[in-house]
Design a protein around this ligand. Structure first.
Ligand code: SF4
Length: 511
């Protein structure tokens, strides 16, 4: 990463959402293109490389950005957007313009991949919803939802500048108080259990029989802002949560030293996001595997710890090998790898294919796509408009029936913020037939996808489920179509249908 004081700005332009700058270090000669969000947060993504592709979308090489590449990126940025601009066809680069070409149309079947127990356990691919069947029987019969999983972003602070950041357009100042966070959880935990005991005793008893719990919040993830543990009330809040019977998950890209190591013992799982190594100034020597890891999470049999790694132009063989070594070094359980969700479906599936080939070449998966060690590949990709029209024929997102994502965007200005059914709304990306791309918003937009204010989260279980937006119009590239489909399958199945989810699947409260 180039230090700001020593840069020479070579080219710069304003787009509706970013200031795009090509710069060179005056001391090392290194170059990069930075994207600075124009929202109050002024978050940065810094790109040092691009992927060079052949006509079939196969990765020829990751190449450092030189003057020619930078000019190509600038000249085509408005058409290709903030992510695909860094995936360049060699023939386009050589001719200096975007040549007409057919869509790549890579399919999931072309990706060397097997759905493993690790992927089923450590990602939300929808299967685990079968283990919560009574809440969907309640929904089918009464129209009322049951919020069993929640994700909270209590603030928006992050020390990194990742190229693939899903919320690059956020406001750094948006943050909630400890009391607001507790009130939110109390509604979903105490308020919801009481509501179901009183109004839906039959379904509550059925859920209790199946899971040992009233219908209430079962799984809570602290996420967002890159490092949720930089939120000033993190320790106190986790202490509070540890007194409730809720499975806790943490997604972070680092461990600030001022947070006591003991607090991490309260989590059921922790997922450490490995950023591109040049994007995190706190990686000693620019190495993710030299960052501080709290001793309480190393070889701790009561805690599942995994890594997450996004494949892109910043990926090389060395980092993938070091991820495998680091997992062994700390006794971690897994690393989930996947393609950048800001890419369009075509580009994303093509990137998945290239990721799988890289893992295969390095011996990290076998020829059928089975992991040979603890790195697994999550084959997560955007849906299509045709699928959207079929799944949501009545215009209702089904994640809204069981899941809530509270994001604090707008909290500073309004004193409240909004709930969403999922976090994939920040990375919805479409390409049209003429090749132009509707890029992801890379922020939470409550006017488009918001449901209720954080202060009214009780409405998600105490009022009949109804659409707040039409997903056929605003979610055609949803990343959770499979999960939506599973809910539909459960609510249209006879109550006697028994789930076939193997008992060895873990993290069942994060479906
Ligand atoms: S992206 Fe999918 S899961 Fe998320 S709100 Fe839209 S329809 Fe629902």
């Amino acid at each position: 990463m180039i230090a700001q004081r020593e840069i020479e700005i070579i080219r710069q332009m304003d787009t509706p959402r970013f200031v795009v700058t090509f710069m060179r270090s005056q001391t090392t000669g290194e170059t990069e293109i930075s994207l600075e969000g124009k929202t109050a947060g002024r978050h940065l993504a810094r790109h040092q490389q691009v992927n060079i592709l052949d006509e079939d979308g196969r990765l020829l090489e990751s190449r450092k950005i030189d003057d020619r590449i930078a000019n190509f990126v600038f000249d085509n940025f408005l058409q290709r957007g903030d992510t695909e601009s860094f995936q360049i066809f060699q023939s386009d680069l050589e001719s200096g313009k975007l040549l007409p070409r057919k869509a790549l149309a890579t399919t999931a079947k072309q990706v060397r991949h097997q759905l493993t127990d690790a992927e089923r356990s450590f990602t939300a691919n929808g299967e685990k919803l079968w283990l919560h069947q009574p809440i969907f029987e309640k929904y089918a019969a009464t129209g009322f939802g049951s919020i069993i999983r929640a994700t909270l972003t209590n603030h928006q602070v992050c020390s990194s500048n990742c190229q693939f950041c899903s919320t690059i357009s956020r406001n750094r100042k948006d943050s909630v108080s400890l009391q607001e966070a507790k009130d939110f959880v109390d509604q979903l935990y105490f308020g919801q259990a009481e509501y179901n005991r009183t109004h839906f005793p039959e379904y509550n008893e059925a859920y209790k029989k199946a899971t040992g719990s009233d219908i209430r919040l079962r799984g809570l993830i602290l996420s967002g802002g890159g490092q949720p543990n930089l939120w000033p009330h993190f320790t106190e809040f986790v202490d509070y949560l540890s007194g409730l019977d809720i499975s806790l998950g943490l997604i972070t890209n680092g461990f600030p030293k001022k947070v006591p190591d003991e607090i991490y013992r309260h989590f059921d799982w922790i997922r450490i996001s490995i950023t591109p190594e040049s994007a995190s100034p706190f990686y000693p020597g620019g190495r993710f595997d030299r960052q501080y890891i709290p001793p309480t999470i190393i070889r701790n049999p009561d805690l599942t710890v995994g890594y997450s790694y996004v494949f892109g132009p910043w990926t090389n063989d060395d980092i993938l090998r070091r991820i495998a070594e680091s997992i062994d070094q700390y006794g971690f359980e897994y690393c989930r790898t996947l393609a950048d969700c800001n890419l369009t479906r075509d580009a994303q599936l093509t990137a998945h294919r290239e990721l799988a080939e890289r893992l295969f070449r390095l011996g990290l998966i076998d020829e059928d796509g089975n992991p040979t060690g603890k790195i697994f590949h999550q084959l997560k990709y955007h849906g299509t408009k045709a699928e959207a029209d079929i799944i949501w024929e009545n215009g209702q997102c089904y994640l809204q029936t069981y899941s809530v994502f509270w994001d604090t965007t707008g909290h500073e200005e309004n004193g409240h913020s909004f709930c969403y059914p999922c976090d994939s709304v920040t990375v919805l990306t479409d390409n049209s037939e003429d090749g132009s791309i509707t890029t992801a918003e890379r922020k939470f937009n409550h006017q488009k996808w918001g449901t209720v204010k954080n202060t009214e989260v009780n409405c998600l279980f105490s009022e009949p489920v109804h659409p707040f937006f039409d997903p056929r119009k605003v979610c055609t590239s949803c990343l959770f179509m499979k999960n939506n489909q599973v809910v539909k399958d459960i609510i249209s199945s006879p109550p006697s249908k028994v789930s076939r989810i193997p008992s060895r699947i873990k993290h069942i409260n994060f479906p």
